[in-house]
Design a protein around this ligand. Sequence first.
Ligand SMILES: O=C([C@H](O)CO)[C@H](O)[C@H](O)COP(=O)(O)O
Length: 207
Amino acid sequence: MKLQVAMDVLTTDAALELAAKVAPYVDIIELGTPLIKAEGLRAVTAVKTAHPDKTVFADLKTMDAGELEADMAFTAGADLVTVLGTAGDSTIVGAVAAATKHGKGVVVDLIGVADKVARAREVTALGAAFVEMHAGLDEQAEPGFSLATLLNQGETARVPFSLAGGVSVATIASVQRAGAKVAVAGGAIYGAEDPAAAAAALRAAII
Ligand SMILES: O=C([C@H](O)CO)[C@H](O)[C@H](O)COP(=O)(O)O
C-alpha cells in the first residue's frame, strides 16, 4: 500500500516546506483543495519541480468542465487529479480523456456520494485510475463518525481505491487490511509537531 500526504496548508511556501520534510516517507504528495484555491495551479508546478520523482496529486474536486480542468492541472505538472463522484459521467469521461492525452490519471473522490460502492464501480468502468473512499473534514467532525463504514465500502466495492478520512497511526493498518492501494493522511502529518516523524511512523505502520 502506498502512502499519500494531503497538504491542507494555505501557501505554496508552507507546502514546499512540508513536502521537503515528508517526501522521504511518502509516495504521493497531494496539494489539498484549499491550497489550490488559495494559490492556484502555480503551487502544483512548484511542488512537482521540487519533487519530480514523486507522484503529485492535485485535489481539484472538479464538478464540471472535467476535460478543461484536468488538462490545466496536468499541464501544470500534476500526475493525478480528482473529479467528484457526484459529477455527471460526461465530466468524468472528459477528465479521463485529458488524462489519456497526458499519460496521467483521474481519481474519483466519492465524498458525499450516498452509494459509494455502486458509484465506485461505475466510475472505474468509465476509466478512473482509482476511487477515493473519502470522509471529508466536516463529516469527520460530525458526531458518531467512524472510519469503519468507509473501510467496509472499500472492501465491498472490489475496485482499486484509496481511503481518506482522518487516517492515523492507529488506523492505517486497518486501511491496508481493507485492501486500499493508497492511504491518505492529512491532519495526522501536517498537524503533528514533527511532520517528518509522523510520516515516518505512518510508513512504519504499513505492514
Ligand atoms: O481532501 C481532504 C479534505 O476534503 C480537505 O481538502 C483532505 O485532504 C483529506 O480528508 C485527508 O485529510 P485528513 O482527513 O486530515 O487525513
